[in-house]
Design a protein around this ligand. Structure first.
Ligand SMILES: [Zn+2]
Length: 123
């Protein structure tokens, strides 16, 4: 078995893992909303429920969760259109083990290190 390529099964597992991470971030937001809704009327809650959750929760999320949620959505979109696993910077396939460790990574190790070395200049 080639460890640098993802099988259908691997993709399915990664997709499930991404969906799980997504729902745990959204659950956190839901808990936050429940705290807030103690002050709201029933009518307001119905209104909140009718809104598209992924586009409206962002203001309630911490920067880190927001970034993760965005990356997860993007990775799920890539799985759907068959481009998942491709590095966004160099278009090489990202190592399968790296994807399994970080399912919503968008860069291969080389490009990630490259980017980190640049961002260090500003720290
Ligand atoms: Zn790359």
């Amino acid at each position: 078995m080639n460890a640098t390529e993802l099988s259908e099964k691997d993709l399915q597992d990664l997709r499930e893992s991404l969906l799980f991470q997504k729902s745990s971030i959204l659950n956190k937001t839901h808990e936050f909303k429940e705290e807030q809704s103690n002050l709201s009327s029933v009518a307001d809650e119905a209104e909140i429920a009718s809104l598209d959750i992924t586009t409206n929760i962002s203001i309630h999320l911490h920067e880190r969760d927001r970034t993760a949620l965005y990356a997860i959505e993007k990775a799920l979109g890539k799985i759907a259109d068959g481009t998942y696993g491709q590095c966004e910077a160099c278009s090489e396939m990202i190592n399968a083990r790296r994807l399994q460790a970080r399912p919503f990574t968008a860069l291969c190790i080389e490009c990630m290190e490259e980017q980190e070395s640049h961002s260090n200049l500003f720290q």
